[in-house]
Design a protein around this ligand. Structure first.
Ligand SMILES: [Zn+2]
Length: 431
């Protein structure tokens, strides 16, 4: 073991993880939890498996702290989305090492991160590191689907296992050049997912005589166009203030639309989802029969609100755009939308690592348009949870295209960078 480098150790572990099929559904994450338990146990890290269903275990490992400082959780999930081997250049479960990358389903999302975190805690343990507060590693099940056997269940059933002050999770760390300045994005908050349903009413009838009916599908078409054309009001939130400040200048809120229009396309693409509600009609259902004019048409809209916003708050804007018509608007569910503060020791540790490792580069906060397990920790414990694993060898656009897609792979250089980063954070917060 003594001559093995961080890079080799993380690469070998990742290859083993990728060879386990943990496609969710059904998940079968227990094999990954056991592999990580054996690996960490060999370095003297205490491990515990927690399973609501035997095949879907979560692993929690811990280096106990001295009781003198904050606790830190290195979080990852072991399930993956499906892969179609016909679309891939290699076997998606081969863990093949090729062209400086480790290939396989989950390499980026997020077995690579899991392997980096496990290597970080194992090597620190072997070096005799005793953190100020507990250093915890969790590899959880069921992030990709969410049937409540992963972290959402752990925070309720075994809160003491996963309650920590700080957490580093997936969902950030890409290096992008914004307005000429290299920055790493750190995900500190998530938008609220708040889909709603429009029930559009008409009057059914036989399709041979459209004159006697009132076609709800045709009515819905008009409403869908109004939704698509809806201009959401833009506003600044703490995350966008910090992002703009890092790039040079915070625009005046009264003139925000013009300021956003003048941003360079790369900055605008990153910032726009953080400035307001995003709304997309995605599902429609009406008549099931060709010869029956529907009296009811249902349209489901995906809707993402800024953290802190509520359906009640945005509904008047949506209704104003739709106008008076024969419809009901029903909110289906509201999930996520938590945020962590920006001025924290974890933020400082991330900035310090970037400043040292990539002089001249900065760190900017972003609000994720999607959902991660960070939400459950923030909601249950008030944990400061950020999505961050630095990546700079692989281009951020390429990585975004590979996640959940064919030929997913991680650069070995980035894997090693990830191990060094996580060791740095653990050592800094645990000093
Ligand atoms: Zn993921």
């Amino acid at each position: 073991m003594a001559t093995t480098t961080l890079r080799d150790e993380a690469t070998g572990l990742l290859q083993e993880l990728l060879r386990l099929d943990t496609v969710n559904p059904p998940g079968n994450e227990t094999v990954a939890a056991e592999l990580l338990r054996d690996y960490l146990g060999a370095s003297g890290v205490a491990c515990e498996l927690y399973a609501l269903e035997p095949e879907r275990a979560n692993l929690v490992a811990r280096l106990p702290g001295r009781g003198e400082g904050p606790s830190l959780l290195l979080l990852s999930h072991t399930d993956t989305v499906v892969a179609d081997p016909a679309e891939w250049s290699v076997d998606p479960w081969s863990g093949e090492l090729r062209d400086g990358c480790v290939w396989g389903r989950g390499a980026l999302d997020m077995k690579g991160h899991a392997a980096a975190a496990a290597t970080a805690i194992a090597t620190l343990a072997r070096e005799g590191f005793e953190p100020a507060g507990d250093l915890v590693f969790a590899a959880t099940a069921d992030e990709e689907v969410g049937v409540d056997v992963g972290l959402s269940w752990l925070v309720r059933a075994h809160p003491e296992a996963v309650r920590t002050d700080y957490c580093v999770n997936e969902g950030g760390g890409e290096r992008v050049v914004l307005g000429g300045r290299p920055v790493y994005v750190c995900t500190t908050a998530e938008k609220v997912s708040a889909p709603f349903r429009l029930k559009v009413h008409g009057r059914s009838g036989h399709a041979s005589m459209p004159g006697i009916a009132d076609n709800a599908l045709v009515r819905a078409a008009g409403l869908i166009q109004r939704l698509a054309a809806l201009e959401q009001p833009l506003r600044l939130i703490p995350e966008t203030d910090a992002l703009f400040a890092a790039l040079g200048e915070v625009p005046d809120e009264s003139d925000l639309e013009r300021a956003v229009a003048e941003l360079s396309p790369d900055v605008r693409e990153l910032v726009e989802p953080m400035l307001g509600t995003a709304l997309s009609p995605t599902v429609i259902s009406a008549s099931q029969r060709t010869n029956v004019i529907p009296g009811l048409c249902e349209v489901v809209c995906d809707c993402r609100l800024l953290p802190g916003d509520t359906p009640e708050g945005v509904e008047p804007v949506i209704r104003a755009a739709l106008g008076e018509d024969a419809y009901d608007l029903e909110w289906i569910e509201t999930v996520g939308g938590t945020r962590s503060p920006l001025a924290t020791p974890l933020w400082d540790a991330i900035e310090a690592f970037v400043a040292e490792d990539d002089p001249g580069a900065g760190v900017v906060p972003v609000v994720s348009p999607g959902f991660t397990d960070s939400h459950f920790l923030r909601q249950a414990f008030g944990t400061v949870a950020y999505g961050f694993l630095p990546m700079r060898t692989m281009d951020a656009d390429l990585a975004a295209r590979l996640i959940h897609s064919a030929d997913e792979r991680i650069a070995v250089e980035d894997l090693e960078l990830g191990v060094r980063f996580l060791r740095h954070v653990a050592a800094t917060l645990g000093a």
